[in-house]
Design a protein around this ligand. Structure first.
Ligand code: HEM
Length: 462
């Protein structure tokens, strides 16, 4: 029986949070490794809104706390965010891999970067990428005509498309040479980072194992291609306003300093990683679910026809008018949140919902579990875009739905990716009827949530 934390008087002495016992010596290590999402979700249903997980035993035992109630998520990510830093295993690995960009940095370093980068992501600037997004989506519509009447792999198609979009936003016309290197290296490196973060005693990175050597080679290839683009751009500034150009010009409003080449590279790598797989996953599941729900797909197509009237150059106003399309994307991101968990490290001890959170432990929020919390979502597994009408959205606590995180570290690319997802969904569904097989897609929990393997869809030209 789940314990509601609201039933615990705040004046009581903090208690030890309940949680699964797991296996002897291992605790929940194997359950989490084999089924991270299911284990977390079941623990929320069984133990309540704050759950203590143990991993390992004796000297090697570690504890991590899952917090699932929207009020507690608000506390960790926003209200008391200065106590919850990014020093957990996942962010430590990400830092090794990608350096100290906006996603991974902390403290004054993060504040300085945020001051410089925020102006690059104003709505006005991001909206200027809509024509490029539409051109990329039109390219996909044309490419798909060769497969009409047969099948495409949504997973592969969306990864290609979103990489092109974020690549063009970053590098403008210079992106072509970089794409094959990014596609070859980023999936391996991101998978490796999460495996190392979950595994209690990863092999030191400087040991010359085959996996370490491969990681080093891939990381170097990625750095080289980005460094070349930076050097070329410093030598000959391009026309237009791609993100790389804007990063090179960015200055700190407090002291006028700029970003050096390494800092620019760190940002570029973060944007590439954070901005490509996440949107690809959101789009893949949006299309997959539409393929399983023909009536919802038809409703969406009716909206696209009414708003776009066959045009392939949507304006920002058009996208704003694609309200149902946006509801569908939000509902797909509820069921399949690309950032399925948001980890933190508790610096000083805390009490959450009456439970003791000792200093120096990992605390994680889980979009996967909270987006299925039975108190806030009726029949949580059902795909129902009507959950996202403005009235129903307003009636829910802010952190019952948080695919882009929240508080000071909320996603800077949220507006970018929602515009991109709406443009791509509208253009594809406006031109093709999609059918996908019944049943769930096998999932892979890397740094982000991804489908494991191909996600086939049968497509018919309208
Ligand atoms: C559907 C797409 C996306 C999802 C689901 C998503 C999700 C998230 C989440 C949950 C966070 C917060 C992480 C934390 O608090 O630990 C975050 C941060 C961030 N995201 Fe995204 N993201 C998406 C797209 C993008 C795009 C397109 C970009 C850039 C072009 C981007 C760049 C970033 C950056 C730089 C941060 C760090 C912000 C900071 O700490 O100040 N993301 N994202």
């Amino acid at each position: 029986m789940a314990v509601s934390t609201e039933q615990i008087a705040q004046t009581d002495a903090p208690r030890t949070a309940p949680g699964p016992k797991g296996a002897p010596f291992l605790g929940s290590a194997l359950d989490l490794k084999n089924d991270l999402l299911g284990t977390t979700h079941r623990a929320m249903l069984e133990f309540g809104d704050v759950v203590r997980f143990t991993v390992g035993a004796g000297r090697f035992q570690e504890e991590a706390f899952g917090v699932f109630h929207p009020d507690h998520i608000q506390h960790v990510l926003a209200g008391n965010s200065s106590n919850y830093v990014k020093d957990d295993g996942v962010y430590t690995e990400l830092r090794h891999l990608l350096g100290d960009g906006l996603l991974t940095s902390e403290g004054d370093d993060w504040k300085r970067q945020k001051r410089m980068i925020q102006p690059i992501f104003t709505h006005r600037r991001v909206a200027s990428y809509v024509p490029m997004m539409a051109a990329e989506a039109t390219g996909a519509v044309e490419r798909w005509s060769g497969s009409a009447g047969s099948s495409v792999d949504l997973n592969d198609e969306m990864a290609r498309l979103t990489l092109s979009v974020v690549g063009r936003a970053l590098f403008g016309a210079d992106v072509e040479g970089a794409v094959p290197v990014i596609r070859r290296t980023v999936p391996f490196l991101s998978e490796r980072a999460i495996q190392r973060a979950i595994f209690p005693l990863p092999v030191p990175e400087n040991w010359p194992t085959p996996a370490n050597r491969k990681a080093l080679k891939y990381q170097q290839a990625l750095y080289d291609v980005v460094d070349e683009l930076i050097a070329a751009r410093r030598a000959k500034p391009a026309e237009g306003e791609d993100l790389l150009g804007l990063l090179l010009q960015a200055t700190d409003p407090e002291n006028g300093s700029g970003l050096d080449d390494k800092e620019v590279r760190d940002q570029v790598l973060i944007f590439l990683l954070a901005g490509h797989e996440t949107t690809a996953t959101s789009l893949t599941f949006t299309l997959h679910l539409l393929g399983q729900h023909p009536q919802i797909q038809e409703n969406l197509r009716t909206e696209v026809d009414r708003v776009l009237q066959g045009r392939t150059d949507p304006s920002l106003e058009d996208i704003m008018n694609l309200r149902y399309t946006t509801m569908v994307i939000k509902e797909a991101m509820r069921l399949y949140p690309a950032a399925y968990g948001i980890p933190r490290f508790c610096k000083n001890g805390d009490t959450i919902g009456g439970y003791n959170i000792p200093a120096g432990h990992s605390v994680f929020t889980s979009t996967w579990a909270t987006h299925r919390h039975p108190k806030f979502w009726d029949d949580p597994e059902r795909f129902d875009p009507e959950r996202f009408t403005p009235e129903r959205e307003k009636a829910r606590p802010r952190y019952a739905y948080f695919p882009f995180g929240g508080g000071p570290r909320a996603c800077i690319g949220q507006y970018f990716s929602m515009l991109e997802a709406a443009v791509i969904t509208a253009m594809l569904i406006g031109n093709y009827r999609i059918t996908t097989p019944e049943g769930p897609v096998k999932l892979f929990t890397g740094i982000t949530l991804r489908p494991q393997g191909a996600v086939p869809a049968r497509i018919e030209r309208r």
